[in-house]
Write a protein that binds this ligand. Structure first.
Ligand code: PLP
Length: 226
């Protein structure tokens, strides 16, 4: 079995870290396994990749069951409907896509009921695109304050899906914006936010240079989605 795809991605992350004067250990590689069959996840797991992200609850639950014999660290990275929160809360270590008050309330309610503290990232709509989820940058502080008050949620940082640009260098300003927003929150609220979830297959190196701590990579690891 070949682990070549993973090795190539690892090598590129390492080189981006070196360019930025960062340690490889500062960046977590999350395999985005949406639309990919469980067997491929199993293979990558055997190659050494332990963390995977899914974006649809139904699909995630199926794979979760099928791969229960592996100790996969699952993340949820997609748009999350409030009525589905209850299905995933005991199965994911980090939810990347907290983006609105109704979801915040449901997450808090369910986490409290389960007697756990759920780790979350706030998704920010850095490109202010109408078609995308995420909190608008101008509303981030107000929203963050509410998340801080939720006793059973712990916010670890920010996530973004920037606008697509052919040239990844043109995405750099959006990554910078996310980092700046994170730093502003840390100062304003005297908290430490360890995570910036940013960078996908075609722009992760730029994201690493701009401070990403989690890169979410699908196509490069798995091949094209069916
Ligand atoms: C699909 C997806 C990715 C990965 O995209 P690739 O371009 O295949 O690497 C990352 N993040 C989110 C939120 C996604 O939905």
């Amino acid at each position: 079995m070949s682990c070549q795809r993973l090795e190539l991605v690892e090598e590129r992350i390492l080189r981006a870290c070196e360019r930025a004067g960062r340690k490889r250990g500062e960046v977590m590689l999350l395999g985005v396994s949406k639309s990919q069959p469980p067997e491929k996840i199993r293979k990558l797991f055997t190659c050494g990749l332990k963390s995977f992200g899914e974006n649809r609850v139904q699909e995630f639950l199926k794979k979760y069951e099928e791969l229960e014999d592996l100790s996969i660290d699952w993340h949820f990275i997609g748009r999350l409907q409030s009525n589905k929160v209850k299905y995933i809360l005991d199965k994911v270590s980090l939810i990347h896509s907290l983006d609105r008050e109704s979801l915040l309330e449901e997450l808090q309610k369910r986490a409290e009921k389960a007697g756990k503290v759920q780790h979350v990232l706030i998704e920010v709509n850095v490109g202010c695109e109408e078609t995308k989820g995420g909190v608008e940058p101008s509303e981030l502080k107000g929203f963050f304050e509410k998340v801080l008050k939720a006793q059973n949620l712990k916010v670890l940082g920010l996530m973004c899906i920037p606008p697509y640009r052919e040239d990844p260098q043109e995405v750099r300003p959006y990554f910078r914006t996310l980092r700046r927003l994170k730093e502003e929150l840390e100062i304003e609220f005297s908290v430490s936010l360890p995570h910036l979830s940013m960078g996908m297959s075609h722009d992760f190196e730029v994201a690493v240079e701009e401070g990403a701590t989690i890169v979410r990579i699908g196509t490069l690891l798995f091949g094209e989605r069916s």
